[in-house]
Ligand binder design. Structure first.
Ligand code: KIV
Length: 273
């Protein structure tokens, strides 16, 4: 069922998101990594689809987001793009494709735009990647920033706990957010930081701020689709709201199928030629 919204443009653009912030209309964003899921959440009316490097965990079973490659991100993104008619599709630049070399960053972003048809890219980090962001933006590619808990730096952090609780890190995060805005990013994701700080950031910049584990005072929310659908039971952070329990439903369905096959109940007379 499609959700009735105040803003109902045919296609979501970065300008639409900006207008939503100005009008105080919250932005909804979810991840997708394939054609089927991308099509479903687009039909449901989601504004932004993130082809996240969380595909590394969710689709490939890796412990971190680090192993996923640019080719794999392009594969996932192009699958999603083929299904999407309305949402803005943002694609993560994978670890190693933009840190430390702005020319490589631009090449990676161009490959994503050309080969997948994605509409924008997302990069993790602040001042340390400003050169890469500037170069990508100069090619006319919209950039979404990502601050706070940045999973590609997990080996530096050593843990997935809440970031920027201390004053110094909070100040740096605020500085980075303002810098991302000045560089020309169209939006910023804030991951797992105190709600009070996230609200302050959202009030301090004019571009939309989308939170995950960053409280309700921001301009929109993002979750990993498989987590919010309850397709897995293992990941249970405090910020996650499960809207369904598809893990148990799938176990039930598959168990039922196995039982029917073994009992020669499936296929029935009507289900054969
Ligand atoms: O890759 C991802 O899923 C993300 C979200 C958690 C924001 O970056």
């Amino acid at each position: 069922m499609s959700v009735q919204k105040k803003t109902s443009p045919k296609r979501i653009t970065t300008q639409v998101l900006q207008d939503m912030k100005v009008n105080g209309e919250k932005i909804s964003m979810l991840t997708a990594y394939d054609f089927t899921m991308g099509g479903i959440i687009d039909k449901a009316g989601i504004e932004v689809i993130l082809v996240g490097d969380s595909a590394s965990n969710v689709m490939a079973g890796h412990e971190t987001t680090l192993p996923i490659t640019l080719d794999q991100m392009i594969y996932h993104a192009s699958s999603v793009i083929r299904a999407v008619e309305r949402a803005l599709v943002v694609v993560d630049l994978p670890f190693g494709s933009y840190q430390g070399n702005s020319r490589a960053a631009l090449d990676a972003a161009i490959r994503i735009m050309k080969e997948s048809g994605g509409h924008a890219v997302k990069l993790e980090g602040g001042a340390e990647i400003s050169e890469s962001i500037t170069r990508i933006l100069s090619a006319g590619i919209p950039v979404m920033g990502h601050l706070g808990l940045t999973p590609q730096s997990i080996y530096k952090f050593g843990t997935y706990v809440v970031r920027a609780k201390e004053e110094q890190e909070a100040k740096q995060l605020m500085k980075d957010a303002k810098m991302l805005e000045e560089l020309g990013c169209f939006a910023i994701v804030l991951e797992k930081i105190p709600a009070k700080l996230a609200k302050k950031v959202a009030q301090s910049v004019k571009i939309p701020v989308i939170g995950i584990g960053a409280g309700s005072g921001v301009d929109g929310q993002v979750l990993v689709l498989h987590d919010m659908l309850g397709l897995s039971k293992e990941f249970s952070p405090r910020f996650l709201r499960r809207y369904n329990n598809f893990y148990d439903q799938m176990i039930d369905s598959v168990s039922h199928y196995i039982k029917d096959v073994k009992a020669e109940d499936f296929p029935s007379e009507k289900e054969q030629y």
